[in-house]
Design a protein around this ligand. Structure first.
Ligand code: ACO
Length: 313
């Protein structure tokens, strides 16, 4: 099976930025605690913005940057845990707002923070049999609407935002793996129809931390073994930005290798499915991504789900 490559990325963020200092005026915490335990300095929070609105903005920018003919987009996939509607899907709203043709498939997926990478795996397969050339893969999250601001152990972590990528089939080196370890004890949020009367993130931070470290290591090792490569063959590792300490922990394990672990959690917090495409877009903007580079990405989150992907730029 052919792989995929990414031809353009873009991101969209709410206008409102909330610093740790501001948060600590209403929550029993401090800038120092948050920075030391998570690496986060600020995050964005939706006011007028919505999951679909941010997805649309990021998608429009990505199409514009790519210069592609948008009638060649055959799939719109939005990874989100925070859609504003149970239906229609966020992807349908993107299709309409971008004026995409009707002979395409548009749908949302929920694989929590692994959603964007699950999405790349899904469109990789779908593009093999598509009459059209491109897939729009978006991660968009309005997590602030499911945050309990009385729970200082979780409310400091999350931020809102969206990232979009345009993918096409490619013969460039590409490997993808997805995993699931059914678990709802340590990280969950009640959904529509729940008998519970709260719709907030419930998280046992320590348990999630332990899972996250093992998921990254498993994702990295699994994809390297499948590709027959080592960390010396990798230019960048882009992990889901959940906590700086989680990434640093894994970074130490690979300290003798040349791969660079990209981190931007300081500026966005944990934006779940949006974090990896936001990283890619920022890296592109900084001129860090050059043709032929090998990027290893790992996403992990509620479910527990995790996924890793080796992509050639
Ligand atoms: N400010 C100040 N003190 C705090 C705060 C806060 N915001 N939060 C917790 N504390 C206190 C606790 O009450 C506790 O105090 P105590 O010792 O007096 O009881 C102490 O700090 C230590 O608490 P821990 O929970 O053990 O702190 P820890 O170092 O584990 O950090 C954290 C907590 C940041 C949540 C960490 O466990 C973590 O990042 N876990 C992973 C979370 C994650 O990645 N979640 C997202 C997954 S992605 C997805 O799918 C949505």
């Amino acid at each position: 099976m052919q792989g995929i490559e990414i031809v353009a990325t873009a991101r969209a963020l709410p206008g409102r930025c909330v610093t740790n200092v501001e948060l600590s005026q209403t929550v029993d915490t401090s800038d120092q605690w948050i920075r030391t335990r998570t690496g986060i300095g600020q995050r964005y929070r939706c006011e007028e913005e919505t999951t679909a609105g941010m997805a649309i903005e990021a998608a429009k920018k990505a199409v514009e940057k790519s210069g592609i003919d948008k009638s060649e987009i055959g799939i719109v996939l939005v990874a989100t845990t925070t859609p504003e509607y149970a239906f229609p899907s966020t992807a349908c709203l993107v299709q309409q707002a971008l004026g995409l043709e009707e002979d395409i498939m548009s749908f949302d997926i929920n694989a929590a923070c692994a959603g964007f990478l699950y999405g790349l795996g899904i469109v990789r397969s779908m593009l093999q049999n598509s009459r059209k050339t491109y897939a729009l893969v978006i991660g968009s999250e309005h997590l602030s609407k499911i945050i309990n601001y009385e729970d200082r152990g979780s409310c400091i972590l999350f931020g809102d935002g969206a990232g979009a990528a345009i993918a096409k089939s490619s013969t460039k080196t590409f490997y993808h793996k997805g995993f699931t370890r059914g678990n709802k004890e340590f990280l969950y949020c009640n959904g529509l129809g729940s008998k519970e009367n709260d719709f907030y993130i419930h998280m046992e931070g320590n348990q999630v931390f332990r899972f996250a470290v093992s998921a990254i290591e498993d994702g990295v090792e699994g994809i390297l073994a499948e590709a027959g490569l080592t960390m010396n063959d990798i230019d960048y590792v882009v992990c889901h930005q959940a906590n700086d300490r989680i990434i640093s922990h894994v970074e130490k394990k690979y300290k003798d290798y040349s791969a660079v672990f990209y981190k931007n959690i300081e500026f966005y917090g944990n934006t779940s499915a949006a974090s990896i495409p936001i990283c890619l877009d920022e890296m592109g903007e900084k001129g860090l991504l050059k043709e032929g580079m090998r990027i290893l990405m790992v996403g992990f989150g509620a479910g527990f789900t995790w996924s890793s992907c080796l992509l050639t730029w």
